[in-house]
Design a protein around this ligand. Structure first.
Ligand SMILES: *Cc1c(COP(=O)(O)O)cnc(C)c1O
Length: 385
């Protein structure tokens, strides 16, 4: 039995990536592994579109990457401004508070964003050390304008930190051009590698701020000081040790990064836009409404309201048709919507299979619509691929 996994992470992984994961584990100081790790660090710069960034790859989930950003940059009493777009923004606030930050939130109603003017008003009102944004909030499917927010942070002397866990490798992102200080992600979403790697790209400005800390980092495992020499050594094709690297996951990462770079970032951004448009056009054609307003909707995933008279039993009906989608996540309304991930290696055939399964499930649930309307709408957009 093979189900198509269309959730916002983990995603469907390419066969070559899974095969790389099955490499007979060598020593973490073997020449072969050193080369794979070193090259992966270089490739990450190509994916984040930066030449000067310092990559970190550490065993852990995306939440560890968030924690590393907070633990290394925050000192007790620092002020942080959080652009609040949902569940993962709240998590980031809790992490920052754990390290002694005073967090101010600027939010909006569900499925929307605060305006740039509102964010600017907050930045003008107090001196913030960090501006935190979630590139795609996985609970609402809202995409923020990272380029403009990064520019605002610079103007007001704050460092920008982007939670790119549901975005990096799929949504357009240009770390250096946009002046972003830290972008963090995890392996299992748009980078297309099984769960287990926390990944960060850190600007020289952020590393500088880290080096000027007055207080020690209050987390031993997360401390940049422990990992920086390791990353630098592997990139110089030398071995180094702090904690045993997740060797097999790094083989898988190496394989996926080669595929990403050979597709090319511009082509990858474009593919994500088109398959997202195809899926969203299908949902609209079926009469289903989306959580985010279309102008602020992500391209790596969709959040869709169940239609009148249908609830989360729809997920089971979709699964009967061999496609797995996710339920709601935002605690305020999670019973009312479902989520579909279409990132990483997602392609047109995945979208068509998913739309087909959703149509079948809707029909089985008694919802009335024109059978095939979603597939027709998706096919039209997919022609542009
Ligand atoms: C998935 C996700 C996380 C958490 O990542 P884990 O790997 O589950 O710890 C954080 N932020 C966003 C935006 C995510 O989508």
């Amino acid at each position: 039995m093979s189900e198509l996994l269309m959730i916002p992470g983990p995603v469907e992984f390419e066969r070559a990536v899974l095969q790389a994961m099955a490499t007979k584990t060598p020593s973490h100081i073997s020449p072969d592994f050193i080369e794979v790790f070193g090259r992966s660090l270089e490739r990450l710069r190509e994916v984040f579109l930066t030449e000067e960034g310092q990559p970190f790859v550490v065993a852990g989930s995306g939440t560890l990457a968030m924690e590393m950003a907070a633990a290394n940059l925050i000192e007790p009493g620092d002020r942080v401004l959080l652009v609040d777009t949902g569940y993962f923004s709240h998590r980031f606030a809790s992490i920052c508070e754990r390290y002694g930050a005073r967090v101010t939130r600027v939010g909006a109603k569900l499925g929307d964003l605060p305006s740039l003017e509102e964010v600017e008003r907050s930045l003008r009102g107090a001196k913030y050390k960090l501006l935190l944004v979630t590139h795609v909030d996985t609970s609402t499917g809202v995409l923020v304008d990272v380029a403009s927010l990064g520019g605002l942070a610079r103007r007001y002397g704050a460092l920008s930190v982007v939670d790119g866990v549901c975005a990096t490798g799929g949504e357009e992102f240009r770390q250096e051009k946009w002046g972003i200080d830290i972008c963090l992600t995890a392996s299992q979403k748009a980078l297309g590698v099984p769960p287990g790697l926390a990944i960060l790209m850190v600007s020289p400005r952020a590393l500088d701020l880290f080096r000027k800390r007055r207080t020690p980092v209050a987390n031993y495992y997360a401390d940049f000081a422990n990992w920086l020499p390791v990353m630098e050594a592997y990139e110089a094709r030398k071995a180094s040790y702090f904690g045993t690297p997740p060797v097999n996951l790094i083989y898988a990462l190496g394989e996926s990064l080669e595929e990403i770079v050979s597709e090319g970032m511009e082509a990858r951004f474009r593919r994500h836009r088109i398959i997202s448009e195809a899926f969203k056009a299908a949902m609209t054609a079926l009469g289903l409404k989306q959580v985010p307003a279309l102008e602020v909707a992500a391209h790596t995933m969709s959040a869709i309201y169940y239609p009148e008279g249908v609830g989360k039993e729809l997920l089971g009906e979709i699964r009967e048709r061999s496609v797995v989608v996710a339920g709601g996540l935002h605690p305020r309304f999670k019973e009312r919507y479902f989520r579909v991930g279409h990132m990483g290696g997602a392609r047109g055939s995945h979208i068509l299979a998913t739309v087909g399964a959703i149509e079948g499930a809707l029909q089985a649930s008694g919802y009335r619509f024109e059978l095939g309307a979603g597939l027709v709408a998706a096919q039209k957009v997919l022609k542009g691929l």
